[in-house]
Design a protein around this ligand. Structure first.
Ligand code: MD3
Ligand code: FE
Length: 207
């Protein structure tokens, strides 16, 4: 398995999941989405919907609405607990994260061809010593990563179906976003589009 060092704290495993593993994970995500339907998060204050739709699995999930960004144990619309994290995700965390405690949240982002995600930092977690692990499925995305300063230098990376990307250390608070989706680049999702999973530790482990 090839691990590319992209920048300090950033590692990329192209094709980490085989085509078979991608299809199996997709089937598990369909079950996650049946129990916890995709919702449209909204920007705090303005209420403007994101172009990306989201759901979560694990004990905590990330949500955003007029009141702000936060992690919570229930789906914002159904009030039900998030479904469990599929074992293959826990395995990927154990294999790649280099962090001794399990992830608590897996945010599932769905991008249709026109969706994007502006440059932002992930800072709603309490534990920044843990890395964030991303897995991509479906159409390739043009991902942009910068420094920890807004307006710093950025560079681009393509994320294809099956790729794993890890952000730890000094990259944990780097600005990042998705500039565009390359429609038609993967046949994994019958209707096209892209799914990104981010595995996160939210709380400080005790002991
Ligand atoms: C760098 N998702 O959900 S994944 C997000 O492809 C998010 O859906 C993008 O940014 C996506 O917050 C990018 C790669 C990623 C995820 C988390 C990071 C990069 C990161 C946290 C810190 C630094
Ligand atoms: Fe992010």
């Amino acid at each position: 398995m090839t691990r590319l060092a992209v920048a300090p704290g950033v590692f990329h495993w192209p094709g980490y999941l085989s085509p078979e593993a991608q299809a199996a994970l997709l089937a598990e995500l369909r079950e996650v989405a049946r129990q916890a339907p995709f919702f449209s998060p909204r920007m705090p204050k303005t209420g403007k919907p994101f172009s990306v739709r989201m759901t979560n699995c694990g004990s905590l999930g990330w949500v955003s609405d007029l009141a702000g960004y936060r992690y919570q144990p229930q789906h914002p619309e159904t009030g039900a607990p998030w479904p469990p994290m599929p074992a293959v995700l826990q395995d990927a965390w154990r294999a790649l994260a280099g962090y001794p405690h399990p992830p608590e949240a897996c945010l599932v982002n769905f991008y249709e061809a026109s969706a994007k995600m502006g440059l932002h930092q992930d800072r709603d977690e309490l534990e920044f010593d843990a890395p964030v692990l991303s897995l991509s499925l479906g159409d390739t995305a043009v991902f942009r990563i910068g420094s920890t300063e807004r307006g710093g230098k950025t560079h681009s990376l393509k994320l294809a179906s099956g790729d794993a990307l890890l952000f730890g250390g000094e990259a944990r608070l780097a600005y990042h976003g998705i500039d565009r989706i390359l429609a038609g680049s993967s046949a994994l999702l019958p209707q096209g589009g892209r799914i990104n999973l981010t595995l996160r530790r939210v709380t400080k482990p005790r002991g």
